[in-house]
Write a protein that binds this ligand. Sequence first.
Ligand SMILES: [Zn+2]
Length: 116
Amino acid sequence: MPFTDDSKRFQRELKTMRAIISLYCCREHGGRGICPHCQELLNYAENRLKNCVHGEASKPACQNCQVHCYSRGRREEMRKIMSRTGMRMALHHPGLTLQHFFDCIGKTGKKKTSAP
Ligand SMILES: [Zn+2]
């Protein structure tokens, strides 16, 4: 059964994905918010997630998934992002990772409002 837009699982996965990519972009690209390149990757990931063949009931974590629905290039990119941001940490300590993420975004957010 495919995901529906209001599926909790879908929303949670998407939120995590967005958090990880934002964190990565914030650290690696140093921009305010998500840069266009990372936004595009996020859109791609969202699309893949929506079309995940496992769907609501049986979806494994993407990095454990046997069905490689990402194109080769995208997969490499995601793998790089996961390794840089510590996907393991996100899985085992979601609160900690999100706190990190909010710290990161919070700082850039403040900068954004005071910037000319
Ligand atoms: Zn970026």
